[in-house]
Design a binder for this molecule. Structure first.
Ligand code: TRP
Length: 456
């Protein structure tokens, strides 16, 4: 980014820089940790199929929508909505709440990654025995204190990057580290796919069992699209606000979801075949990554070195995402409450750390606290990812389609008519009707509101 462009606002220097930075926000624990266990818990291929359909309908549509609002206004979310139509600033505020909640548990998982990095370095888990790996994991997350320390370390790392204003430096590294992560994931995938019994897992992930598709699976896939692409809370509005007016929003809105999905999919193909090969439970939940991959590493030459490198790259990917979450929250207090950047970052990171504590304790000492059959972390995740993000996305569609107006949005998308947009009709129909209606219907179905009203 170039800080001296007269408007006193940073801008991406190159198209590649932007796509990499936005992909840095998108690619993170959502792809490597969340996608595989969500697919595992929601019927495998059924989930993946619904995910792909929603990615095309909603992912592309909303990515382009958020980027166009950002670039049109050159402001962060609340200011952006306010500038276009003051009454709707609350959509931006809703996103801030979602970001706050997401980062609280994201950081807990980020802490787990740091712990596994450390464990890898000390050579603790170089075994193929599933029950040993399972015990290692459970002993760690049920411990009241240790995970909190790592949660704190992750939050401090995020805070330091955001305070230091070195996000740009981080983005420079992502040009090297993101491709490295990609190569690493591909290697792991090959090792997994060649394990005896791996094909069961490939089938599980690729062949949809249509009988498994129900409203809950669709809601889970919808939440995953939002979470993985960093949509629904205004992150991409902020990123779009740094884009130059001659940059092509359309191609970016295709490239970012493609990169993001490729990594998620490869992660799925690295983890689920191994789950079957080692006889783990595909419905194992949030621990899937941490239990399965060490078993894969144990079956690789130089496995412990790969393990260290892997968790280091995952940590990096998680940090490029967590800084984008914290930035949105911080820019709120800086813009709206006129707090200094430093104060905002410290106070908010502290608050988010505290908010994450119950999610961490819910794995052990507070594991009896359950709601809707889910522990605390899963409930916070569910509320933020499956409810708040899609709701924010739905409101943004309605906002663009019916308040701001598709003509103005299209003018921004096509750079004032300078670039052709062959998918124009598709996008307009999606953003005005299909995407918001689809989200609404998934909500109604999944929550059973209609049944309640109709008294069934
Ligand atoms: N997309 C990131 C991941 O997959 C997480 C993330 C960053 C995010 N910013 C976001 C999720 C904004 C939702 C909204 O790890």
């Amino acid at each position: 980014m170039d800080q001296n462009n007269g408007q006193n606002r940073g801008q991406w220097n190159s198209k590649l820089g932007f796509v990499l930075a936005a992909s840095g926000s998108a690619v993170g624990l959502g792809n490597i940790w969340r996608f595989p266990f969500m697919a595992g818990a929601n019927g495998g291929g059924a989930f993946v199929l619904v995910y792909f359909i929603l990615l095309v309908i909603i992912g592309f549509t909303l990515m382009l929508g958020e980027l166009s609002i950002g670039r049109a206004t050159q402001l962060s979310p609340i200011g952006a909505y306010r500038k276009l139509k003051a009454k709707y600033a609350w959509i931006g505020a809703l996103g801030v709440v979602a970001g706050f909640l997401i980062l609280s548990f994201y950081s807990v998982i980020g802490g787990w990654v740091i712990r596994y990095l450390v464990k890898g370095i000390s050579g603790d888990f170089n075994v193929a025995d599933g029950s040993v790996l399972g015990d290692l994991f459970v002993n760690f997350i049920t411990n009241p204190l240790e995970p909190l320390v790592y949660h704190g370390i992750f939050m401090v790392l995020t805070l330091l990057i955001v305070i230091g204003g070195v996000s740009k430096g981080i983005e420079r590294y992502s040009k090297i580290l993101m491709p490295m992560l990609f190569v690493m994931m591909v290697l792991l995938m090959f090792r997994s796919l060649t394990l005896p019994g791996a094909m069961e897992g490939v089938k599980f992930l690729l062949v949809p069992d249509f009988s498994k598709i129900n409203a809950q699976v669709v809601l889970a896939a919808l939440g995953q699209v939002f979470f993985s692409l960093s949509l629904g809370m205004g992150t991409m509005i902020t990123y779009g606000s740094y884009l130059r007016k001659d940059e092509n929003l359309i191609s970016s809105s295709i490239e970012i979801p493609l990169i993001d999905t490729a990594i998620a999919f490869i992660a799925g193909l690295a983890i689920l075949p191994a789950v079957f090969a080692f006889g783990f439970d595909p419905e194992g939940g949030p621990g899937l990554l941490f239990i399965t991959l060490p078993a894969v590493f144990s079956q690789m030459p130089l496995g412990s070195i790969f393990a260290i490198l892997f968790f280091l790259l995952v940590l990096f990917a998680a940090l490029t995402s967590s800084i984008s979450l914290l930035e949105v929250v911080v820019s709120y207090t800086v813009d709206e409450w006129k707090w200094s950047r430093k104060l905002s970052t410290i106070v908010l990171a502290g608050a988010i750390f505290l908010l994450g504590i119950p999610s961490s304790l819910g794995q052990g000492v507070w594991s009896h606290i359950r709601l809707f059959g889910r522990d605390i972390l899963d409930n916070v995740d569910f509320l933020a990812s499956n409810i708040l993000l899609p709701f924010g996305g739905m409101m943004m569609c309605i906002f663009i389609g019916w308040v701001w107006g598709v003509d103005k949005a299209l003018n921004e998308v096509t750079n004032g008519g300078k670039i052709s947009f062959p998918l124009k009709t598709f996008w307009v129909v999606m953003i005005k009707y299909v995407a918001p209606l689809a989200i609404f219907i998934v909500f109604v179905q999944a929550t059973g509101i209609l049944d309640l009203i109709l008294g069934n």
